[in-house]
Design a protein around this ligand. Structure first.
Ligand SMILES: Nc1ncnc2c1ncn2[C@@H]1O[C@H](COP(=O)(O)OP(=O)(O)OP(=O)(O)O)[C@@H](O)[C@H]1O
Ligand SMILES: N[C@@H](CCO)C(=O)O
Length: 323
């Protein structure tokens, strides 16, 4: 669940008085998500998401996220806008936290995507990658390749070993290998880097919303695609690779953007990096989330299994013959 900060109806009404969006009708905490506190806020005119930014989002990064979403929205991508108050402010202080009112996008996130939906996600990601042309702001990836070794060094090795004997040595070797082999020349621009199924809202088989841009940054476009490939193309526990989903995702992307040969050749390596990123953040959270915290810890080993898959993955098998 993700409601770390309780917002009363009175506090929400005081906040809404700053906006020209109607009067409060209902306010409900949203259970999904792990990073921020989110509420579904309904007025007599529309629905909104009220987000209070918790400790993991640096308030200094919020203008970047705001500007990126405004750019993508203006370019026709299905992303939510930040709502301005009567004074033109989109950022508020609420209960000691930074807070924003965000456009509500209807739709549902799927937990067992079909190949048609996977293709739609790939296409939508590529359209987003095209749409960032002209967005000139840069933001280094705080969870990019260079961060993985230091993040692992902050994890307790014995705790990693208790999850899976040999895990600590395996991660240490993988971090070294990724450092030695990570590419430097691939196309790079603003990317999402967390486009998991829970961050895509479908209306039927069509993508109606891309949300949760709080890991957006400048990185390789093929790394963004590799994150999404790793997130979508496996059973939840990472034990089974779903080849039809993986291929549909890459084909959907390829309908809009043709990856270069260098990007295709690097894809399994980038997917190893993507798997390591989520293995490491999940491992860190697994070890450091206090017992009794109101957050569901996610299984690190589900991404260790993906990592093992990509170590032996063959580029032709991943992309299929059509690419
Ligand atoms: N603009 C939006 N329109 C409709 N629903 C939304 C919107 N933004 C968020 N939600 C809903 O709120 C939930 C949590 O939002 P979000 O994913 O941004 O939270 P988070 O705490 O940053 O989570 P995480 O990083 O773990 O995915 C989403 O799964 C979705 O159900
Ligand atoms: N999508 C991430 C959590 C938020 O970054 C995960 O599944 O580990």
């Amino acid at each position: 669940m993700a409601v770390y900060t309780q917002v009363s109806a009175e506090a929400a009404e005081r906040l809404l008085a700053l906006y020209d969006v109607g009067r409060l009708v209902s306010l409900k905490g949203i259970a999904e998500g792990v990073e921020n506190s989110n509420y579904l806020l309904e007025t007599d005119r529309a629905r909104f998401i009220l987000t209070l930014y918790e400790s993991r989002v640096d308030p200094a990064d919020l203008p970047y996220f705001h500007n990126l979403l405004a750019h993508l929205h203006n370019a026709g991508c299905p992303v939510p806008r930040f709502i301005d108050d009567r004074q033109g402010n989109w950022l508020q202080d609420l209960l000691g936290k930074k807070a924003c009112l965000i456009e509500f996008l209807p739709g549902i996130s799927v937990s067992e995507p079909t190949p048609i939906q996977a293709a739609a996600v790939g296409k939508s990601m590529a359209q987003m990658h095209k749409a960032v042309a002209g967005f000139s702001e840069a933001k280094p990836n705080p969870l990019g390749q260079e961060s993985w070794k230091p993040l692992f060094e902050r994890c307790d090795r014995a705790a990693a070993e208790s999850l899976l004997p040999g895990l600590a040595d395996d991660i240490a070797r993988e971090c070294d290998w990724l450092e030695a082999n990570w590419p430097s020349e691939l196309p790079k621009h603003a990317v999402h880097t967390d486009l998991f199924p829970d961050n895509v809202l479908f209306r039927g088989d069509a993508v109606g919303g891309l949300i949760d841009f709080y890991f957006a940054c400048t990185d390789f476009r093929a790394f963004d695609l590799a994150v999404t490939h790793a997130a979508w193309s496996f059973s939840n526990d990472g034990k089974s690779y779903l080849a039809d989903i993986g291929r549909a995702l890459l084909q959907g992307y390829g309908e809009v953007i043709q990856l270069s040969d260098a990007e295709k050749q690097a894809f399994a390596l980038l997917a190893r990096g993507a798997s390591s990123r989520f293995l490491l953040t999940r491992l860190y959270d697994w070890i450091n989330t206090p017992a009794g915290a109101l957050v569901t810890r996610k299984d690190p080993l589900a991404f260790h299994r993906r990592l093992e898959f990509y170590r032996s993955a063959d580029v032709v098998a991943l992309f299929g013959v059509e690419q």
